[in-house]
Design a protein around this ligand. Sequence first.
Ligand code: TYD
Length: 222
Amino acid sequence: MNRGFFITFEGGEGAGKSTQIARLATLLRGRGLDVLVTREPGGSPGAEAVRHVLLSGAAEPFGPKMEAILFAAARSDHVEQLIRPAVSEGKIVLCDRFLDSSRVYQGVTGDIDPAFMAELEAVAINGMMPDLTLILDLDPAEGLRRATARRGAGAADRFEKETLAIHQRRRDAFLAIADAEPKRCAVIDAAAAPQEVEKAVAAAVVTALDRTRQLAPDGTRS
Ligand code: TYD
């Protein structure tokens, strides 16, 4: 059986990742592909248990290193329980946030030693590097505005509530990753209308899948 394909979506708050993942899943399923949608922190029962600790802010008083280790623990469980088995079965896995969120949120804006972060990442992913990472890029002021509108009366989570300056550093850090790893990463302009973003996402994915011959060459891609 063919190995599947592992795609991660990254970016700041309110960039529209979940909307775009849902649209891409519909598109790919329409072409007969077996798609699994998941997210971080979470995606497996063990990781979902850790998600609440992280997003409620319960771990915040213990510092960014504690949070980084918890994100890594959740990721390891998610990889071994869900992602790796699905990719081995030939599925296309679409994951809302993955290792780049840790590099950016904990590593860069948590000021954690890069060597420590690299070791933690290696343990967490255990070789399961994404085949493609789409970075949805948006001015953080607009992203936070969208996230607030989406949330309605609910409270901002542990990370959303941080200052605009911190979210700006995160945007720069995601773009720096894309610059450093152009083979794995594609930057998508998330300020465009949702249909335009959808087209750009689809184009990047079809190109990457074609490269690995996931799509049949007989017109199943239009
Ligand atoms: P979530 O509610 O899933 O929403 P969204 O992805 O739409 O922002 O929030 C996840 C939060 O956790 C988000 O603020 C980013 C943060 N995060 C990290 O700090 N490090 C990580 O490794 C991951 C996966 C997420």
